[in-house]
Write a protein that binds this ligand. Structure first.
Ligand code: ATP
Length: 134
């Protein structure tokens, strides 16, 4: 099968660059599966997983929103943050989850509920993805 080059880039620098057969991710408009020869496009991403498939091996990467760009034989994912499954600190994500849940249940006047919901979503996404590569 033909391969496609994928790069994941964050404000902190590149997270990965690989040749894979298929890139799957969740754009705001729905699931996207990108193979070599895909038409050029740009789409916004949700907090979710990027899956890199080659043969029957799948690598999971957690991303916290951003954009996917497909251009020629290259896929670039620009994300606010991104971690490969094996680099996810599970204890840290559990703490972030507990913090966000506490903020949402305490419902103090000054809390920014949307911000807490986003933090909870990032933490749940990391925990979910870390599970896939254990
Ligand atoms: P926290 O409250 O633990 O910082 P967060 O969701 O607010 O979580 P982000 O702002 O999304 O964190 O990310 C800040 C930086 O920390 C990014 O570089 C991100 O890749 C990294 N990061 C955040 N949580 C984890 C984690 N559980 N494991 C590994 N890296 C993480």
């Amino acid at each position: 099968m033909r391969t496609i080059k994928v790069s994941v880039v964050t404000p902190g620098g590149p997270v990965l660059e690989e040749e894979v057969e298929m890139v799957s991710t969740k754009a705001k408009t729905g699931e996207l599966g990108i193979l070599a020869g895909h038409i050029p496009m740009v789409a916004p991403l949700d907090i979710g997983a990027v899956r890199l498939k080659t043969g029957n091996h799948t690598e999971w990467v957690a991303v916290s929103g951003g954009f996917v760009e497909v251009n020629g034989q290259e896929v670039t994912i620009l994300a606010q943050s991104a971690e490969r499954a094996e680099n996810i600190d599970i204890a840290r994500a559990k703490q972030a989850k507990a913090r966000a849940e506490k903020r949402l249940t305490d419902r103090q006047a000054a809390i920014d509920a949307h911000r807490a919901e986003m933090a909870l979503k990032r933490a749940l996404n990391r925990l979910d993805i870390a599970e896939h590569q254990r």
